[in-house]
Each structure stands twice: as structure tokens, then as C-alpha cells.
Design a protein around this ligand. Structure first.
Ligand SMILES: CC(C)(COP(=O)(O)OP(=O)(O)OC[C@H]1O[C@@H](n2cnc3c(N)ncnc32)[C@H](O)[C@@H]1OP(=O)(O)O)[C@@H](O)C(=O)NCCC(=O)NCCS
Length: 203
């Protein structure tokens, strides 16, 4: 099998209610304000929150994501609501292994938009682009105590594959990690099931 040819996904991805947009440096203050407002909630599971102390830190992060994008090593997007252009959070592709046809999705959303299915919608939109690029496996990982995060891959039809013990550190303590995965053939099967369901509803 030939190795997968590295290629970036589109910088703008559209789905029913949202856009995924490559970060814009002009968004730095808006992004920082969201992180700052939700700091207590986010830092439980995201190690970079403690390092994001100023708008300048956020701007540096955005510049770094643009460099990663150029190097085809990490693709990070803002999640924006279509109806009013509201910034809601981030989703990205990291841990890309082109030679193994696999990558991982990471995400967070502000509390204002939580629990309304936006993150599941963002995951479905982004995984589709990755499978279209030729990836065979998309993975989502989260802490064993992050029930909300685990519900996202479950809602999107990922298979639970196991628990990695003491795989990371959250707020200074080792944490166990849940691993969920979806294969390209499962994505195709789920896509045709969804089309059939939507077709049946509108018939
Ligand atoms: C983890 C996180 C991104 C989940 O976001 P979310 O907004 O709950 O995501 P979704 O709404 O798409 O999640 C699916 C939930 O919405 C429900 N849902 C799906 N489509 C829906 C819709 N159209 N309308 C309403 N609800 C919907 C799902 O059934 C599920 O509900 P449940 O959690 O009550 O079972 C968010 O909690 C977060 O940012 N947490 C802090 C940071 C973090 O932990 N990041 C992940 C690190 S691994």
C-alpha cells in the first residue's frame, strides 16, 4: 500500500448549523475572552489553558497553528455559528500519522453552546474531510472522568476501543484515557444509514 500523501483539509468547512474556519489572527481577543471566562471548566481537561494568560498568548497560539498548518502536522479550526457568526470553540486534527492513515480529533466548546449537539456536528464535518483526504482511521481520546467528552464520539458512532492507564496528566494528577475510533468503512456505512433516515423522514 502506498503511504498517504500529506495534504491539508479545506480552510473552511460547512455543515448544517456551523462553519469550521482556519483560525484568523483577528479572532485572538474573542478566543482569549472565551477561554478566560471558562477557565475553571476548561483547565480540568485541557493542559494549555493554564499557559493561556493573555491575548498575546492566544495570538501566539494562532500563529503556531498557522505554522503547523503549513507543515501539515496539525489542523486547527474555530467553530462558528452560521446564523450570527458567533465564535463557539475550537476543533482540530492532531497526532497525524500519514504513514498509518490515522489521525486524532481534539475539541472544546464554551459553556454558552454546550449540550446542543454543535460539537457532534463539528466532529462529523471534520472527520468527513479527513476520510475524504484518504485517512482510514480517526480517533478521539478523553479522560475517563470526562463523561461529556466521551458522549461526543458515542453520539457520532465511534467504537470504544479501550482504556490507556495513566496516559496523561490533568491538573497535576495522572489520568486514564478512553480511546474511541472510527474506520473509513464504518464512516461510509453510517453516512448511508443517515441518508436513508433523512430520506425516510422527508418522504
Ligand atoms: C467535551 C465537550 C466539547 C462536549 O461538548 P457538547 O456541547 O456537550 O457536545 P454535543 O452537544 O455535541 O454532545 C453531545 C451531546 O449533545 C446531544 N445532542 C446531539 N445532537 C443534539 C442536537 N441537535 N440538539 C441537542 N442536543 C444534541 C447528545 O445526545 C449529547 O448529549 P448528552 O451529553 O446529554 O448525552 C464540552 O463539554 C467541552 O468543551 N468541555 C470542556 C473541554 C473538554 O473537556 N474538551 C475535551 C477534552 S478531551
Amino acid at each position: 500500500m502506498k503511504p498517504l500523501k500529506p495534504k491539508a483539509p479545506p480552510a473552511l468547512i460547512e455543515s448544517e448549523r456551523i462553519f469550521l474556519r482556519k483560525h484568523d489572527i483577528k479572532q485572538a481577543k474573542t478566543m482569549f475572552d472565551c477561554v478566560n471566562r471558562d477557565r475553571k471548566r476548561l483547565e480540568k481537561f485541557l493542559p494549555w489553558v493554564g499557559r493561556t494568560k493573555t491575548v498575546g498568548d492566544e495570538a501566539d497560539f494562532i500563529k503556531t497553528t498557522h505554522q503547523w498548518w503549513k507543515e501539515l502536522k496539525h489542523f486547527d479550526f474555530s467553530i462558528v455559528r452560521k446564523s450570527d457568526n458567533a465564535y463557539m470553540g475550537n476543533i482540530g486534527i492532531h497526532s497525524i500519522k500519514w504513514e498509518r492513515y490515522s489521525c486524532e480529533i481534539g475539541y472544546w466548546i464554551t459553556s454558552d453552546f454546550e449540550g446542543q449537539g454543535y460539537m457532534s456536528e463539528a466532529v462529523r464535518a471534520l472527520e468527513s474531510e479527513m476520510f475524504k483526504l484518504g485517512f482510514n482511521r480517526v480517533q478521539i481520546c478523553c479522560s475517563t472522568v470526562n463523561a461529556r467528552s466521551a458522549n461526543v464520539p458515542r453520539a457520532c458512532g465511534y467504537k470504544f476501543e479501550g482504556t490507556i492507564r495513566q496516559d496523561g496528566v490533568d491538573l497535576g494528577k495522572f489520568r486514564d484515557t478512553l480511546v474511541f475510533g472510527k474506520l473509513k468503512k464504518e464512516w461510509k456505512a453510517l453516512k448511508s444509514q443517515r441518508k436513508l433516515r433523512i430520506g425516510a423522514r422527508s418522504a
